[in-house]
Ligand binder design. Sequence first.
Ligand code: GTP
Ligand code: IMP
Ligand code: MG
Length: 347
Amino acid sequence: MLSKLVLIDMPATVLVGGFWGDEGKGKIVSHIAFSDKPKIIARGGVGPNAGHTVEAKGKKYGVRMVPSGFVYEDARLLIGAGVLVNPAVFLHEVETLGLSERMGVDKRCSIIEDIHIEEDKGDSHLKEKIGSTGTGCGPANRDRVMRVAKQAKDIGELGPFVTDVPLEINEAIDRDEMVLVEGSQGFGLSLFYGTYPYVTSKDTTASMMAADVGIGPTKIDEVIVVFKTFPTRVGSGPFPTEISQEEAEKLGIVEYGTVTGRRRRIGLWDGEYARYSAMINGATQIAITGIDKLDEECYGATKWDELTKRAKDFLERVEEDVRIPVTLISTGPGLEHIIDLRDNIIT
Ligand code: GTP
Ligand code: IMP
Ligand code: MG
């Protein structure tokens, strides 16, 4: 049995990826949104290089700019000042998903322009060596650091959405309302702590996500780090537990990137790296996705007792490796495919 955890409530929660991105943060965020009913769901992270997949009510969505918690219709949706905004991608998502009434963008978000995308796609160092997503994020963050970038408040079409994100969030926290902050990318892609130079253009740890949306470190209650049973990586760079494509196929694991369509490299569970990632993220809880990839008999399980011995042994090993309680176990891509151990928690 996994360890018990005492949770009173979790007003300010940050959720981040523990490996190299694509851990299934979108799926876990949408589950937490429907079960915990946050008043605000805010996005931190780099920008539209992210692709979050959410499957809810029989539909599959891929979002790059808006928070993946959008499927929970009662939350205000915000994009923090640290995030790069591509206005065309943002406006397209807001329009097609019908989010205009509840969406806000911090006035200080930096803007990705066409010239950034051209540079990202044309520069052989970024495109070929690093294997960037070609979405303009690296060049746009460079211009931000050089202090020549445009901000959201300068873009007319963003006018109706522009707001002060930290003010909205901190006022909500002071009223004891739940705020869920979702990160993008993953620990191994952090500019500070990842596998430099094969990383993204910003830190990706929980502290960064809090700073992105303007929450000070003393106000964060919970940090959930999402790991997948078989870590994946897209683009170049070290991946210590990587297996060959043939081995992955034998295990039935083939994945493609949401933004670039590139085939994801697959690896085996890396307990040492997971523990290091959880340490720097200050994890208080762990979510694990892809238990059905470990053992297909577990597909769709919603209770601990429905898991096979193999899956239970694996999850116990994860807790031993990381030394943080596993509270959420995803057993398939759908919103309903989840075991929420917080339900059994003594409050
Ligand atoms: P990034 O911000 O790019 O890191 O996105 P993300 O963490 O939201 O993950 P992404 O959607 O890119 O990739 C995760 C994939 O795994 C998606 O296709 C999900 O639908 C799928 N997924 C999530 N949880 C599970 C699970 O428990 N089992 C299976 N089989 N698939 C899952
Ligand atoms: P960039 O962020 O587009 O500059 O890409 C830098 C590196 O980060 C490349 O290896 C990308 O494949 C990787 N990367 C960036 N965003 C994501 C993501 O959301 N999921 C997975 N990998 C990503
Ligand atoms: Mg992704």
